[in-house]
Design a protein around this ligand. Structure first.
Ligand code: SF4
Ligand code: SF4
Ligand code: SF4
Length: 310
């Protein structure tokens, strides 16, 4: 019997699964060494339990891969079964490691967010509450619910990164993970402090220098743009530069914090201050947690307070 792999998606947009498929021929090579025993996106395997059984059925595997965070009762049950059935559990993507974009909903009370989204929509005859998964009070990262052996953030991680980690795990090697930031591999010119006080919006940027090599461009943060490279985990390099910087776009923080339980918003406010930029000029500072709002970092604010402040 080969090395058995089970893949389960939870609160996922399927982008992480697409990144796995994007491995292309490298995935075909890997498939020669593994036996894919469960992957709802690719394999028509009915994992739901027969009527009467309490838990969904997922076959036992050497490696379990989970994408997406946890937002409802069904996803929580599936995650627990994956933990029980898989010897090594790998969380793939920033939703899995830090809540990702779906955890932005944690900034509102869940009942209020659901009412604002669905109230007033005529959906015919809605199913009874016990026939559909129930939303949790907030979106969670995987390690808030079960023990995870390794987390690979990225929205999504690159196919090259996935290949490296997966081939290592199949060969019995745990990949080394060093804490490094997006800035660590950024080739832009760094001179000094920012030459302005206010953070400006990217759409107002007139100095993109698209006709120049990226190494000739001045650091976007020093240009007064909200580049989250200093507080974001590295790993998205492409053609000699972090992916967005190579496209002359500031880093939005999609790999989550450099340290696993870091707070990108607090860290970025410190960085802005150390560059002489006024963090109060960022209109919605909590948006700096747009990719990493799980682990209790993004919390609902009171309605009265919400009315008055950014
Ligand atoms: S990490 Fe990004 S690509 Fe992956 S499931 Fe979440 S939103 Fe989609
Ligand atoms: S702040 Fe942005 S532009 Fe500046 S070095 Fe870091 S990643 Fe590069
Ligand atoms: S530069 Fe930042 S936002 Fe862009 S892919 Fe890399 S980590 Fe994500």
């Amino acid at each position: 019997m080969g090395f058995r792999v089970a893949v389960q998606w939870l609160h996922s947009c399927a982008g992480c699964e697409m990144a796995m498929l994007d491995m292309g021929p490298r995935l075909l090579t890997l498939l020669e060494e593994i036996e894919l025993v469960h992957m709802p996106l690719l394999v028509d395997h009915k994992y739901h339990a027969p009527e009467g059984a309490e838990q969904p059925h997922i076959p036992a595997a050497d490696l379990g891969i989970v994408t997406g965070g946890v937002a409802n009762s069904e996803q929580l049950a599936l995650l627990r079964v994956m933990r029980r059935q898989c010897r090594f559990l790998l969380g793939v993507g920033t939703c899995a490691s830090h809540g990702g974009i779906p955890a932005m909903i944690n900034a509102w009370p869940m009942a209020e967010a659901l009412a604002a989204t669905y109230q007033g929509i005529d959906s015919g005859s809605p199913p009874a509450p016990d026939q559909v998964p129930q939303p949790l009070d907030r979106v969670r990262a995987l390690d808030e619910e079960v023990e995870i052996d390794l987390l690979l953030p990225g929205c999504p991680p690159g196919p090259g990164q996935l290949e490296q980690v997966l081939t290592g795990l199949v060969a019995g090697k745990r990949p080394a993970t060093a804490a490094r930031s997006v800035c660590d591999t950024c080739p832009t010119r760094r001179l000094s402090m920012a030459d302005r006080k206010q953070v400006r919006r990217f759409v107002d940027n007139e100095g993109l220098a698209v006709d120049q090599p990226v190494a000739a461009m001045r650091c976007l943060l020093e240009q007064g743009l909200l580049c989250m490279g200093p507080v974001t985990a590295g790993g998205c390099d492409h053609d000699g530069a972090p992916a967005c910087i190579g496209a002359r776009v500031p880093c939005r923080g999609c790999f989550g914090p450099v340290e696993p339980r870091g707070n990108q918003m607090l860290a970025m406010m410190n960085i802005l201050a150390s560059h002489g930029l006024d963090f109060r000029s960022v209109v919605d500072r909590r948006a700096m947690l747009r990719f990493a709002g799980a682990h209790g970092l993004l919390r609902p604010i009171m309605a009265a307070k919400r009315k008055g402040q950014p």
